[in-house]
Design a protein around this ligand. Structure first.
Ligand code: GLY
Length: 336
């Protein structure tokens, strides 16, 4: 498992880690945003930098080749460590490049977004998009270390900060009751991030290849991904975190209907979503439009849609199967 380092002084912590791990050659990968806002925090280490364009479009084969060309130019060898400084795009892309360059070089993730700190930067899912498929090419490969420093949040755009709360609430709702209570009581942000990162890390340790218990983290993602794909197709992309919040709203109704959660727990989760993300619509009026994405979800088994749902706050159930016909019926009956 990678070392998880929680710090308030990223530059010093990274310098110490490199010295202790005898890392003599490291290269930073960042995007145009993190180059401007985050790189200055580690500038004193004077590391060579490869920059890519900010945005999901950089998760492409063309960008992989461009970065590999740069690594060759910089004479990166198997001892070189790639330091991915950025949000989910950079850690996905950089982790993928590091896992294939010279059959794999070590890499460190420094997630700079809230979403990256609590979810995307942890767990070794690396990859790029191809055609219209998100993350269709990639490998599971753990970073050697992950540095989490809330120093970076000072420059994070408000919408990125806000939308990431859905992933924190999600992790707490299915896997950590005391974290859920900490968020409810407006606890310390650093502690919330730490507990959430550790909770995810523990699930990843138990199920690195995402075959069972890690799937709990998919709560909200079945409807969420469909919703996100729909808005992407009509050229009005929405933040992943907001899509997941939409998804959680609907999937919570399923959890309530099948008696997984009580009405009180249903309210508590919805209340927290409202408090942290603003009032979240459930997108129900678009149901028929995004049903086609649900029907083609890569998690589906034997034409059944697969859900991960809370069972009570802090506990969850994964691989809950529902047919498309059942979903349509629930929709007509007003259950979802
Ligand atoms: N984002 C969910 C996972 O890493 O499994």
């Amino acid at each position: 498992m990678p070392e998880l380092v929680f710090t308030k002084t990223i530059s010093e912590s990274l310098r110490q880690y490199c010295a202790l791990s005898k890392i003599t050659n490291a290269i930073v990968l960042c995007d145009t945003n993190t180059q401007r806002c985050c790189l200055p925090l580690i500038a004193e280490l004077n590391l060579p930098v490869i920059e890519c364009e900010a945005g999901e479009n950089s998760k492409s084969f063309e960008e992989v080749i461009r970065i590999i060309d740069k690594l060759i130019d910089l004479k990166a060898d198997r001892q070189t460590v790639l330091i991915n400084l950025g949000g989910g795009m950079v850690t996905d892309l950089g982790g993928f490049v590091a896992s294939i360059y010279k059959r794999g070089i070590p890499f460190i993730n420094i997630p700079t977004s809230l979403l990256g700190m609590v979810d995307a930067g942890i767990g070794g899912k690396t990859g790029i998009d191809y055609l219209n498929y998100k993350n269709i090419v990639g490998v599971f490969k753990q970073a050697n270390a992950i540095f989490i420093s809330t120093e970076f949040l000072k420059t994070l755009p408000e919408e990125d900060y806000k939308s990431a709360w859905s992933e924190i609430i999600k992790t707490a709702a299915v896997a950590n009751e005391s974290l859920f209570e900490l968020i409810e009581s407006d606890g310390n942000l650093d502690e919330i991030i730490k507990q959430c990162a550790l909770t995810k890390s523990e699930l990843v340790e138990r199920d690195f290849m995402d075959q069972n218990v890690r799937q709990l983290l998919n709560f909200g993602h079945t409807f969420g991904h469909a919703y996100e794909s729909y808005f992407l197709e009509i050229d009005k992309p929405i933040k992943h975190g907001f899509a997941v919040a939409y998804g959680m709203r609907i999937e919570l109704k399923i959890a309530l209907f099948i008696n997984n959660i009580s009405a009180n727990e249903f309210e508590r989760i919805n209340k927290l979503l409202n408090e942290k993300l603003g009032v979240v619509e459930d997108g129900n009026d678009l149901f028929n439009l995004y049903l086609k994405y649900i029907a083609s979800d890569k998690k589906n088994v034997d034409s059944n849609v697969i859900f991960s749902l809370p069972k009570s706050i802090g506990k969850g159930q994964y691989q809950y199967k529902v047919s498309i016909e059942q979903l349509k019926k629930w929709k007509i009956e007003g259950i979802i």
